[in-house]
Design a protein around this ligand. Structure first.
Ligand SMILES: [Zn+2]
Length: 230
């Protein structure tokens, strides 16, 4: 039986077609969606789930790899429509996802705003406003490095800090598959850091990337670039 499905969510952004790749974990005691897109993306994800033969109401958990708007943005929409869905995230990301601490990406963007050249000021402002629109959600299950679940036929939480302090990836040992989140992206047939300029701690992100590359995996599912097989 298939234990996971990669969802290809396509959307237009500033005139070009972009993709994100949330992952669905099947076959355990939970039906788990790993990351859920920008604010307003629930409909896109629901449509893709249905296309793949899964009813969105079958979801029991959403795992958020980290606090960024493209990963947690639609979480509030999902739990409003499907109140039985539980949100899971690392304990370190939890205060940000719950809105008890200021979102670190927004903090970073506000700090950078002053240094932006004149012609980028408007872009910077819009970026900050976009981040302010992300709705916080309560975290029902806090995750830690090494935690194991039966999701997707067996799943281990791997701490991959750097992009954000509490970023996690999900290892499916039986499948030899790692769901990287934003800890890695594929460029020129190689796993590299996703948007290094956005890494909140670039050295930590480098160490996490090295750890990822050291795992015995046949495939890596990167949120922004899709499946990479080796
Ligand atoms: Zn992302």
């Amino acid at each position: 039986m298939e234990t996971y499905k990669v969802l290809d969510i396509q959307f237009e952004h500033q005139g070009s077609l972009e993709h994100i790749y949330p992952v669905l974990l099947l076959g355990g005691s939970d039906t788990v969606l790993v990351d859920c897109g920008y604010p307003g993306f629930m409909n896109l994800i629901e449509a893709e789930l249905q296309k793949q033969g899964v009813s969105p109401s079958d979801l029991t958990k959403i795992v958020l790899t980290h606090q960024d708007d493209d990963h947690m943005g639609a979480a509030k929409e999902f739990i409003s429509k499907y109140p039985h869905i539980q949100i899971a995230a690392s304990s370190m990301e939890t205060p940000y996802i719950e809105g008890r601490e200021k979102n670190l990406r927004l903090k970073q963007a506000e700090e950078l705003q002053a240094a932006l050249p004149e012609d980028m000021q408007e872009f910077g402002k819009q970026f900050c406003n976009r981040l302010r629109q992300v709705q916080p959600v309560p975290v029902d299950l806090e995750l830690h490095d090494g935690d194991c679940f039966d999701w997707g036929g067996g799943c281990k939480i791997i701490s991959t800090p750097g992009h954000t302090p509490g970023h996690i990836s999900l290892l499916l040992p039986k499948e030899g598959t790692l769901i990287t989140g934003d800890a890695a992206v594929v460029e020129d047939n190689e796993l590299v850091l996703a948007n290094p300029q956005f890494c909140l701690d670039i050295e930590e992100a480098g160490r996490s990337l090295a750890n990822i590359k050291g795992l015995v995996c046949r495939q890596f599912i990167c949120y922004h670039s899709g499946i990479f097989r080796i």
